[in-house]
Every structure is written in C-alpha cells, then in structure tokens.
Design a protein around this ligand. Structure first.
Ligand code: DUC
Ligand code: ZN
Ligand code: ZN
Length: 487
C-alpha cells in the first residue's frame, strides 16, 4: 500500500454514530483509510488518549457582515475563521446580507471578495434576503442556487430586514422548487415594538431591558406562523436561534407530523441567563442578543430539545460587536436597549463549551456532540458526506481533542477580534489541540499553521430530505382542489 501523506495514529475516532479506535490515513486532502498500523511518508500524529472527531461545521455566524442596524461585525474572514479554527471548526457558513435595492449578484460579489483572501478554513454563505423583488425571486435566487448557495435567511422583525407573510410564501415557494433551505429569524415584530415603546415611555432604557423587550410569546407566535407557512408550501425551513420552550414544542409538533422543519439553538441559551444582564448601565450590553437570554428553566428545555432530537443544530450565532464605540457603544457610552448592537461572540467556544458541559457531564453522548456540531449541519446544508464525518472518501476535516485539558476562559486567550467574552471565567475541560482541514494542519501546538486565504469556497448541494415526507396541503393538491394547479 502507498504510504499516506499524513497518519493520525491510535486515537479514539467518533462519528455521529460510532466510536472506535483506529488510525486514519490521509492522502491528497482526503481520508483514504481507516485501519491499524498505517504508515505515513510524511507526518504522523500520535493521538493516543485523544478523541479524533470531524471538524465542526459552524453554520450560523456573522463575519464581515453589516447587522440589521447597519453596523459592521468586529470579525472579518481573517479573525473570524482563525477563531473558528481554534475552536475546532473546519467549515464556516456565514451570511451574505442583501441591503434593500441590492441585487443578489452584487451581494455575493462583495462577500466573495471579503472571504476569499482571508479565510483559513473552508466556507460557504447563506444569503440574507431583505428585498424579495420579482427579479430576486425569479432570476437572482435561482442563479445563486446554481452557484451552490442553497440556503438563505429571512427576518420577521427589524425594519430594514423584515418580510411579510405573503413575501414569505413567495420565497418558500421558490425555495421548494429548487430544494433550497429557508432559515428564519422568527419574532413577532409588533409585540417587540409594543413592549419596547412602553419601556422607553416609562423610562426603562438601560440595555438590561432588552431581555424584557422581546417577550417569549413574540418568538413562539412567530415560530408557529413561520412553520405553518412552510408546512403549507411543503418547503424545508430551519428556525434559527430558538430560545423558548414553546417554540421548541412548535418544532417538535411540526416534525412529529412529518413536516420538513428543523430547529437550532445556541450556546448562549444553554450557558447564560438574563440574570447576567441584571446590572445598571452599559455593561449589560455585552449580553444583548436576539432573541434575548431567558432563565434557568428555559435552559433545561433547550437541553431537552437537543437531547430528544427536536433541535438538530447547536450553532454559535457568533455576532461580534466589541464593547467600544465600534460596536456595542456605537450610539454613545450609555446606549438604550434599542441602541446597542444585538449579538454575542462565541465561535471559538461553541464546541469546547458543548464538550465540557454536554459530553463530559453526560447530558449528550460523544456521538450526539458530533451530530449537533458537525454532521447535521453538513447534511442540512448539502455538504455531507464530504464534510461532517470521518469516512473513507470524505475530506480530511478533523479536530483532535484532548478531553482532559482544562482552561479558564478569558477574552485574551481567544482569537476573535473582540475585547470581551460573555463566558469570561468559565472553566472548560476538553479542547481541540490539532485542527486539520482537507489534510492541511491548520492549528497545532496553539499556533496557526496555514496562510490567510487558503480556505476554499464550497459549492453546496440541496438539503437531503430523505426521511422527511412532508405534507401536501389539500388546497394545493389537484386531487382535492377541483384540479387547480397552484404550485
Ligand atoms: N439574529 C441573528 O441571527 N444574530 C444576531 C442578531 C439577530 O437578530
Ligand atoms: Zn436572527
Ligand atoms: Zn445570527
């Protein structure tokens, strides 16, 4: 047998289903053998006593992107991808956000230019659609799908971004036709506006009131509405950043009935609560994200939804805004809850936090960890089996984990372009120590080993909907609607 370029020897390999001890042989960036006593003509890594896991697929992060208020994220594709890699990720799928009036072609050109010279790991984009004109729906979106960008996010709130229910139906209908995945930020806009204006009228302006201004029912109502619309069209939909028990139950119910509905939650809803915001003045802005942090009881429901398969993804929703005038304090040193940028950083800590608090504390198995942080995203976003698993023929995207390495989190140890972390002082056990993307060693001995711009753009396939039968609404079914053809 020809020796391999790289061999990872003696580690405990885990995929979304299996755990076994094996050597991994890598040739030309791909996994070419799983076996024992494999010989390398190049480098050999001794992984004895370590876990050898698929690299993370981080499918929800905001990098070099203007927010829904127009503020640029603190991380570009250099710091964002480096931070992701140090956190065990080998693929990122950030957003390419359309401003109203912009064509999707223009948007994608801008984001390709932002990513290609800088990303150290592989990447794709989800579009954000804020302006679903006829040209966008009929020409520009299909063109983007053709380029392998088969997912996009829509918003039900934020004046500069939101689309209405009728537009949502148009968008879902196109997505269904092309096998694309609609991601949705589901919060009821009117409820948020109603509570926010009452708060401000009554003098409650500090950032901590952000937690009050986005009521739980705003999420559950909108998740119900969005998933009902998707179910009517029979189009796949991923509800992102779910933060409430009721919304989780809506997802569970939709999935129980065979609908193509998926759910995601984020580390901040598992590890932080609104108690972290209970302080006067601007410090609470460090914890402002949307939907907002909830309470410990809700955290338990989020864990349950991950454990029982209601949610398929745990994503960082890394939305980095520094605690200074470029970010959280861009409206001044004392912003109201309406003026501070929405979002928390976490791309480097998503997997370590989940490993430490999830796997080590036996809330989830090692295989569930792999599924939730890598394999499911690869499947949902059309990258599997090239990404998201350890198998012969797959890209050699691997993170080697030291399960016993203990570190206390501080902003200084992270590689993002932030000046704070909401997880400051957290004790985390279990960290990725070597990260490999397409056979290239990206991180080793706490150092970056590759050039900026060496990550590759990934052309994706449609979501694999096998096992998701869906339902045809009677009104759209010619056998039941007097023969009308509506889709
Ligand atoms: N939605 C996100 O997905 N991230 C940050 C803020 C928001 O509204
Ligand atoms: Zn959102
Ligand atoms: Zn987000």
């Amino acid at each position: 047998m020809t020796p391999f370029d790289l061999v990872i020897q003696g580690g405990t390999v885990a995929t979304a289903v299996d755990t076994f001890v094996a050597d991994i042989g890598i040739t030309d960036g791909k996994i070419t053998a799983l076996g024992s006593k494999l010989q390398s003509s190049g480098k050999t890594i001794d992984a004895t006593g370590k876990y050898v896991l698929p690299g993370g697929v981080e499918s929800h992060c905001h990098i070099a992107q203007e927010s829904s208020f127009g503020l640029m994220a603190s991380d570009d594709y250099d710091s964002g991808s480096v931070s992701a890699a140090f956190g065990g990720n080998t693929t990122i799928i950030p957003f390419a956000a359309q401003k109203r009036g912009q064509s999707l072609g223009e948007v994608l050109d801008i984001y390709h230019d932002r990513a290609a010279p800088k990303s150290v790991i592989d990447y794709s984009f989800h579009l954000i659609l804020s302006d679903p004109t006829d040209s966008v729906l009929k020409t520009e979106l299909p063109a983007a799908f053709e380029q392998g960008i088969l997912s996009f996010k829509v918003f039900m709130t934020y004046d500069l971004m939101k689309i209405d229910d009728r537009q949502m139906l148009d968008v879902l209908s196109i997505a269904r036709e092309y096998g694309a995945l609609t991601m949705v930020h589901a919060e009821n806009d009117a409820l948020i506006k109603w509570v926010s204006s009452r708060l401000l009228e009554r003098g409650y302006r500090d950032p901590k009131y952000h937690a009050v201004s986005h009521p739980r029912v705003a999420e559950s109502e909108a998740v119900h509405r969005a998933t009902q619309l998707a179910t009517f069209i029979d189009a796949p939909m991923l509800v992102v950043h779910i933060s409430t028990e009721k919304a989780a139950r809506v997802i569970a119910e939709a999935r129980y009935s065979g609908n193509k509905i998926y759910g995601e939650t984020c580390p901040h809803y598992l590890f932080l609560t609104s108690n972290h915001m209970d302080m006067p003045g601007p410090e609470a802005a460090k914890f402002c994200c949307s939907p907002p942090l909830r309470d410990a009881e809700t955290q338990a429901h989020m864990w349950q939804a991950l454990q029982n398969g209601t949610f398929q993804l745990i994503s960082s929703d890394h939305a980095p805004y520094r605690f200074d005038e470029t970010g959280k304090l861009s409206a001044g040193p004392n912003p109201s809850f309406k003026e501070c940028a929405n979002g928390v950083p976490g791309i480097e800590l998503r997997m370590p936090l989940m490993f430490s608090e999830g796997v080590r504390k036996q809330r989830i198995s090692l295989n569930q960890f792999v599924a939730l942080t890598s394999t499911n995203a690869a499947k949902l976003f059309g990258l599997h089996p090239k990404k998201g698993t350890i198998a012969v023929g797959a890209d050699a995207d691997i993170a080697i984990w030291d399960p016993d390495l203990e570190r206390t989190v501080s902003s200084e140890m992270l590689h993002d372009n932030m000046n704070y972390t909401p997880y400051d002082g957290f004790k985390v056990t279990g960290w990725p120590v070597t990260v490999i993307n397409r056979g290239r060693i990206v991180v080793e001995s706490n150092e970056l080993k590759v050039e900026r711009g060496s990550g590759k753009f990934l052309k994706r396939n449609p979501t694999d909907l096998t096992g998701m039968p869906g339902n045809v609404a009677p009104e759209l079914n010619p056998e039941k609607n007097f023969g009308t053809i509506l889709r």
